[in-house]
Design a binder for this molecule. Sequence first.
Ligand SMILES: [Zn+2]
Length: 290
Amino acid sequence: MPELPEVEGVVNSLKPVATGKTINEVKVSSVITHAHSQGRQAIVKGSSLQQFCSDLAGAKIEQVVRRSKYIYFHLIKNNEQKLLVTHLGMTGAWFYVQHTEDVTEEKFRKHIHVQFQLDDDMILVYADIRRFGEMRLLDMESQFPPLLLMAPEPFEEIALNHFLQMSLLPKYQQKSIKETIMDGQVISGCGNIYATEALFRMKIHPGRTVKRISEKRKVQLFKEIVDVLNESISAGGSSISDYRNINGEAGNMQDRLQMYGKKICPTCQQPVKQRVLGGRNSWYCSTCQR
Ligand SMILES: [Zn+2]
């Protein structure tokens, strides 16, 4: 699943090609059309396909920004602001091509689900192999309240205090630290890969309950998470599974990971342990992490 650094890579590659362009026409795949006809809101959420396509046609893309793991397209149509909120789900990817055949990797080309025909004769293509991605057209963010519950961006100054305060709430005190830092209401954009790495670097066992971690350690852990995220952004993200940026490129952060998906601890050479926490596989070293 793409995490914050991967989404940042997608947004950075979308910005120069999408900003200032007008969406002339929107096309959706027959798979999505069929799902909607059966009452399943595949990919396009919160509105009918007809409404979605007609509302987007003629809209100009003013800005593309990342918010946590979401990509926000700020649009303007007939002097009215619109917000297209999109999420890559497990396997979503955007491409900027002249023809859909120009999406070079077959696994994406076979799963093109939404196409924005732009006014520069290019197409902004959304492909999604497993179809867990989302697109939601809003007038403003507050129209979809879950967005307002997201923790501040981890790079903002208020994010550390937000994390510390949230971690004191009764519902998090008994929880494992790993589940807590992966909760988007506590910290924005820290998914399984980077939670695993930050906990390993801090020598904290992922199953340790929040209440058994001192404030000083929590502050250090938060800084470690920010460092890992920044490091990965610089490396272009981790290309585990199906992450691609808009140019079809994958990052190389996966080569720097020390614990995620590993079999042997790089510090003590003991076998790495695995445990499921909050439905996600956790890798850790029971010797180094306490
Ligand atoms: Zn170890």
